[in-house]
Design a binder for this molecule. Structure first.
Ligand SMILES: Cc1ncc(COP(=O)(O)O)c(C=O)c1O
Length: 384
């Protein structure tokens, strides 16, 4: 029986074949240090990195590829974004109760070290109410709005275009965590008034693990988080002003970025709309079938539209970790149980004590796999 992987929200698997080939090629054919030397192999590595920056800039509505900075994952990119803001004591930030710990913890750290205050609003409301919630929280010390585009617990999609309009109207820095949406939903930084955008390369964009991206708008001056060698401006004592070097010290993950470039090319070839539609079909089917089973409680939006391919649920009378273990060991189905690094979201829903089971679908999952999962859940339910 082939293994079914339903943990795409954590990291996509499998990757397109071309991603693996690109990684291998980088390691075996030109694995030099990009931007560190003028020899042919370093130039070739640098060309691949530059092409990846260019494609990412195009994909996310950013004019200047030099504003695209590479990190190990979304967490590092978000830390650079949040800890890099030039806060003063008393400044205020608005975020949401949907945030992953990769947003919440850096924010709480800045609260402790710099004396800012944070409002976590509950974004799971209609557009008009959401507008009011933001408007009510904004005060003269509010400096930034930091939100995730999509919840990794409930699959809820936030109207970032609308939130961007609010940020623009109040001259606030708008930072978006697109960890669950990059490579699935269209994002245009310019049209959506996004100042800083962070996302992983290893989820929807189909790149290898060890890749994350931060796009920093021209007008945003973040304080670098990491200082060190940049391969240029070596005579300067301080970190260069020039981007991307300002935010990228140390050797880059060339094989990973080469794989990410292949992932982006594959996403562009297939098209975001097709990817979203495929994932929506699986989600809709799974939601309908889960709803037929008594004792299954689905968290978040129960409608099939305007949500990501992420479904979290509990099973009455069954410990979620035990159920996840049975799914893995007996049925060969990989799901995720627990709090999914988002305790605020679980507190909001009332599942912070027990957690939930999360299934998440991707490009290569099929209806047949969802059906096998449903049959497994039914069988587990009948045993308890
Ligand atoms: C919404 C959200 N933000 C941030 C992250 C962190 O991503 P990474 O593991 O690439 O650091 C995740 C990962 O699951 C996520 O779902």
């Amino acid at each position: 029986m082939s293994y079914i992987y339903f943990d795409q929200a954590a990291s996509s698997f499998p990757k397109p074949e071309k991603v693996g080939q690109a990684v291998l090629e980088a390691i075996t054919e030109y694995g030099a240090n990009p931007g560190r030397g003028g020899h042919s192999l370093a130039v070739r590595a640098n060309d691949v990195i530059f092409t990846a920056r260019k494609k990412l800039a195009e994909m996310f509505g950013e004019k200047n590829p030099a504003n695209v900075c590479f990190y190990m994952n979304a967490t590092q990119a978000l830390n650079q974004a949040i800890q890099g803001i030039q806060f003063e004591a008393g400044d205020h930030v608005i975020s949401t109760s949907f945030e992953h710990n990769s947003v919440r913890r850096p924010l709480e750290r800045v609260k402790d070290t710099k004396g800012i205050s944070i409002s976590y609003i509950q974004p799971d409301v209609d557009g008009k109410r959401l507008f009011e919630l933001f408007e009510n929280e904004i005060n003269e010390r509010t400096k930034a709005i930091i939100v995730s585009h999509g919840s990794n617990v409930t699959g809820t999609i936030l109207p970032i275009e609308k939130i961007g309009q609010i940020a623009k109207a109040h001259n606030l820095l708008f930072i978006v965590d697109a960890s669950q949406t990059a490579g699935v939903l269209p994002i245009d930084m310019k049209e959506m008034n996004i100042d800083v955008l962070a996302f992983p390369g290893h989820k929807g964009l189909m790149g290898p693990q060890g890749t994350g991206v931060l796009i920093v708008g021209d007008h945003v001056d973040l304080v670098p988080l990491i200082y060190g060698g940049t391969g240029s401006h070596s005579e300067d004592v301080g970190q260069p002003q020039k981007r991307p070097e300002r935010y990228e010290s140390g050797t880059l993950n060339t094989p990973g970025i080469a794989g990410l470039l292949a992932g982006i090319e594959e996403i562009n070839r297939i098209g975001l709309r097709k990817i979203y539609e495929h994932e929506a079909e699986l989600t809709s089917y799974c939601l309908n079938r889960l709803n037929e089973i008594e004792g299954i409680y689905i968290l978040g939006p129960d409608g099939n539209t305007n949500r990501l391919a992420v479904i979290s649920f509990t099973i009455e009378g069954i410990d979620i970790h035990e159920a996840a273990m049975i799914l893995d060991q007996h049925y060969q189905i990989g799901v995720r149980s627990g709090l999914h690094c988002s305790p605020l979201a679980h507190s909001l829903i009332g599942t912070n004590e027990i957690g939930a089971i999360r299934v998440s679908f991707g490009l290569y999952n099929t209806i047949e796999e969802v059906e096998r999962f449903i049959e497994a859940v039914k069988e587990i339910k009948s045993f308890f």
